[in-house]
Design a binder for this molecule. Sequence first.
Ligand code: HSE
Length: 438
Amino acid sequence: MKPINVGLLGLGTVGGGTLTVLRRNREEITRRAGREIQVKIAAVRSLEKAKKHAGADLTITTDLYQVVDNPDIDIVVELIGGTDPAKDLVLRAIANGKHVVTANKALLALHGNEIFAAAQAKGVMVAFEAAVAGGIPIIKALREGLTANRIEWIAGIINGTSNFILSEMRDTGAAFDGVLKEAQALGYAEADPTFDIEGIDAAHKLTIMAAIGFGIPMQFSKAYTEGIGKLTREDIRYAEQLGYRIKLLGITKRTEKGIELRVHPTLIPARRLIANVEGVMNAILVKGDAVGATMYYGAGAGAEPTASAVVADLVDVTRMHTADPEHRVPHLAFQPDALSDAPILPISEVRTAYYLRLRAYDKPGVLADVTRILADLGISIGAMIQKEPSEGEEQVDIIMLTHVTVEKYIDQAISRIEALPVISGKVTRIRLEELNRN
Ligand code: HSE
């Protein structure tokens, strides 16, 4: 059978890795796909940099539209990232009847609904395994492997750069900036590293997982996003003393009132497997009603791990492209006319537990005032430590872990606590999840 022809948009870290993997494993991949997958054309920014990938059958161009408008190309692989011009290129490839494989989480989280509708109308596939957690086959697992389950919640370490920074801060006490530079040098950070640090990259990936986990449209604009920029070494240390690690988690949960969709630093029990995921590695816990909790671990970025996901999609598309579109796996796991309109809950309605750190004057009655405020709002305290004041200091750190409550009550408690004359400065609040079987 004649090869299926692929055009690459972008030949950087992931594009280069894709070519390498396809070339190295050509024979195995052909045996799996049923026909050869051949990259015929790649559009790049710099011809000079792309020289190293030259091959007999590969045309290299700087014109992105030469790929999407090429009548010989069956599958377009979009690896340029960002939304502009990626959105236009992907929609144009679809309009031209081409299947699309993309690693672009921002594009799907922001414009996925439009892109999938266009693909549906045209009867082509848009595959996106590489968009979430690099080489971990989490899309396949959520969309197919767990299809019997009612998914209850998903919680993941889905930004390697942030996890690397948190791991280094805990292990070495290293400063934030130096660790970030290291992640950038390793090729893990986004073009704009604020996307990593501020939780935006994780929220893109979480939006996609929530959509296929619960059968809802992509709703990135409703995700709550808080990054790791304000975390201090003290909080990391106090959390350790209480038996917890702090991780940047993406959490999405089905509740009676709607769906929680949130990214924020989170205390998790140190004894959980996921708490021990270090460095740039990613891990995702998925709780299904039938299977229970399952965990997926691996490299969330990097050339060949991400290429592993891109090539898996290429093989899927190659196997499925002659199938009747009605009989393919739906883009969002659920049939497009069967998506749910369950609302995304605002952060004030989210239910979770909390770590609170306050600085108080070491005087009688301080704790009584604070605990009274919490009790009045129905918030129960699970654990507490008060540090000895340092030599010559009048103030002490008090750390409390609360039981689960609704965020709006913690907001009220914090403003009342901050208003107490015996409290100095702001209260630090970090959400806490037990990630047990419930
Ligand atoms: N910047 C991302 C990370 C790369 O650090 O995980 C993969 O999406």
